[in-house]
Design a protein around this ligand. Structure first.
Ligand code: ZN
Length: 219
């Protein structure tokens, strides 16, 4: 993964007027004042510093993360690898505070960035504060119903599995998915979850394999 590509002034041509939503986001998340381009560079510098730090120093570097800059870069940096890296760092070092950033990144044009955003939103391992189940389940259900990428929908479904007993909307959405998703492996995984009442922990690849095997035994 390329984490260290620097930003030159020319790169900034990328975020132009049609991305107004993102500029608004920047404004909203930097205490009323626009995050300057230099702040995006702060995020890049931080990611670089962390990636070259020896393992035992990484936690200390992480503690000094420039949070506002990393949140901004997670949404507007032109390089999707950098957006994904920033989401990773927010998940590890500022998970509770960055919920709105994760939510914004659910609309990222690149599917692997959306997958990271999903992780940050639904990850309970990296948090100190309790997750707001209703909000997270709502976001996961929306992704499951509308995301064009089956990889992202698979992740949303797996994440939803952890909330089956905590929010009645979760099993309902799983049952709906078992009927209506356009992807056979996703319908299969949802059916497994709905009939067992248990979460599914396996990868999309495994889901595809499981579905094929089930289809063969049925024939
Ligand atoms: Zn996490």
């Amino acid at each position: 993964m390329i984490l260290t590509r620097g930003l030159t002034d020319a790169n900034f041509g990328w975020y132009k007027v049609p991305r107004l939503g993102r500029l608004d986001f920047l404004t909203a998340h930097s205490d009323g004042c626009r995050v300057e381009h230099s702040s995006i560079n702060d995020a890049v510098r931080f990611v670089h510093e962390w990636s070259v730090a020896p393992k035992k120093r990484q936690a200390a570097v992480g503690e000094r993360m420039p949070v506002a800059a990393v949140r901004a870069a997670a949404v507007i940096h032109p390089d999707p690898e950098m957006r994904r890296a920033c989401l990773f760092f927010l998940d590890h070092y500022d998970c509770d505070g960055s919920v709105e950033t994760f939510r914004q990144a659910l609309r990222d044009p690149v599917s692997f960035v959306r997958e990271s955003a999903l992780h940050g939103l639904a990850c309970e391992r990296c948090r100190y504060e309790a997750i707001c189940v209703t909000d997270v389940v709502g976001d996961l259900i929306e992704m499951l119903a509308s995301d064009p990428s089956p990889d992202v929908r698979h992740k949303a479904l797996v994440a939803l599995g952890r909330f089956l007993e905590r929010d009645t909307q979760a099993p309902e959405a799983v049952a709906r998915t078992a009927q209506s998703d356009s992807d056979a492996a996703i319908r299969f995984v949802a059916r497994e979850m709905a009939s067992s009442g248990q979460p599914y922990h396996r990868s999309r690849k495994a889901g595809l394999r499981d579905e094929r095997r089930a289809r063969r035994t049925r024939l």
